[in-house]
Write a protein that binds this ligand. Structure first.
Ligand code: ADP
Ligand code: MG
Length: 407
């Protein structure tokens, strides 16, 4: 079977002799795009995910210059999207002073960087305050590059974006992967290219259009593909079932039919929901009914998978050695429609298989089930993980230096 994505080994921080880091100005692109409520960080997972790389650089006496974006300021300065609260939190996590600047380029930034002592950390301001960031403007990328001697990409979650601080900057500085990016790549590559089998994949979520590329790419690679959630209804419609008022994307109907034909010919066993929890209105307290796929009433919509589907998923999980889960199986944000998703989360927690979770809402569902610590790996990339699973090249990864003599 052809490998799914970049097998070319990329240079990482591990490939640079640690003694060479002392006194070096290292520009690290991190993904500190954390959810905020005012000045309060409501989930610091992404900040913690970058600590390994930062601590390693501190220990090896580098001068550390951190770059990140936050939100979508679209090239204007927005007070609410400054990184100041993040600098404060990082300082607490690292137990050391973090310098903070109000811009990310220019003399105002260069001065404090020239004063930086070995092992000190400075966090520069939100890169997206400059429109040149998302335009991948070469002049802007060059200015960012001039701040350092080495570039480290540790922002896996943004690596599918050809932004100046992700990809443009690598044209002007030697560029390597940080530990988070290295870990994400090694796990995703292993799971897709040389997994322990049976490998099963559970794909859910709202829209089939957002994950159609993933479905097509993993067909034939996974032993069993289970599709649930809102996206399953376009496939059920393509099979000729009445789907009532369930989520449906007519533009994808023909593609869905082709996909089902291909699935029949492939080695992958495809499982679609056998039954559903349906309601007449999109309301947590709406009266519920459990119906088989053949009996979805015209005036109702599917909001969760039913018990027969959950049992079918359980049977697959019991024999699996590797499980990839992306996308909730129902409208899990509403407590009364969360049952299927939470049950499956608990099954994964009990399983001895290698369990890989991708997707922001999937991670939230796992947290809601209180089983986060029982998963083997939770990928930090939403869109980036999906694009990797689609077999696409990520601009933030391809632009890193290749390892010349991989063992
Ligand atoms: P992830 O972020 O893990 O990749 P998605 O963003 O693709 O997941 O999908 C998550 C969304 O899918 C949730 O908001 C959930 O409410 C929605 N969803 C799941 N099942 C259904 C359904 N049957 N009808 C409508 N929306 C659904
Ligand atoms: Mg999502």
């Amino acid at each position: 079977m052809t490998p799914i994505a970049t097998v070319q080994r990329k240079k990482t921080l591990h490939d640079i002799p640690s003694a060479e880091l002392a006194g070096k100005r290292v520009v690290v692109r991190v993904d500190f795009n954390v959810p905020m409520n005012g000045a309060e960080i409501t989930d610091d997972t992404r900040i913690r995910a970058a600590l390994k790389t930062i601590q390693y650089l501190i220990k090896n006496h580098a001068k550390i210059i951190l770059l990140s974006h936050l939100g979508r300021p679209k090239g204007t300065v927005q007070e609410s999207l400054r990184l100041t609260p993040i600098a404060r939190h990082l300082s607490t996590l690292l137990n050391q002073r973090i310098l903070k600047n109000d811009d990310c380029i220019g003399p105002e930034v260069e001065a404090p960087i020239s004063q930086l002592q070995n092992g000190e950390v400075i966090l520069l301001e939100n890169t997206r305050f400059h429109v040149e960031e998302t335009d991948n403007n070469p002049e802007f990328a060059k200015k960012l590059a001039q701040l350092g001697d080495l570039f480290v990409n540790d922002a896996f979650g943004v690596s599918h974006r050809a932004d100046a601080s992700i990809s443009g900057i690598t044209n002007y500085l030697p560029a390597v992967a940080g530990f988070l990016v290295e870990e994400e790549l090694s796990i995703l590559t292993k799971v897709l290219n040389t997994p322990e089998r049976p490998l099963i994949s559970i794909i859910g979520g709202a829209k089939i259009s957002s994950k159609f590329g993933v479905l097509q790419n993993i067909l034939g690679r996974v032993d069993t593909l289970i599709i649930g959630g809102g996206m399953s209804f376009t496939l059920l419609k393509a099979q000729g079932y009445e789907i009532g008022k369930s989520l449906y994307e007519p533009d994808l109907l023909e593609a869905a039919k082709t996909f089902l034909e291909n699935a029949k010919k492939s080695t992958t066993k495809l499982i679609l929901p056998l039954d559903h929890i349906v309601v007449a209105t999109f309301d947590n307290n709406a009266p519920q009914q459990t119906v088989d796929t053949e009996n979805i009433p015209k005036d109702q919509m599917g909001v969760d998978v039913g018990p027969k589907t959950i049992a079918a998923i359980e049977a697959e999980i019991q024999t699996a050695k590797t499980i990839v889960w992306n996308g909730p199986l129902g409208v899990f944000e509403m407590d009364n429609f969360a049952h299927g998703t939470l049950e499956v989360a608990h099954m994964l927690a009990k399983s001895d298989a290698f369990t890989l979770i991708g997707g922001g809402d999937s991670a939230a569902a796992i947290a809601k089930a209180n089983v986060t610590n029982q998963m083997s790996y939770i990928s930090t990339g939403g869109g980036a993980t999906l694009e990797f699973l689609e077999g696409k090249q990520l601009p933030g990864i391809t632009s890193l230096q290749n390892l010349e003599n991989p063992e």
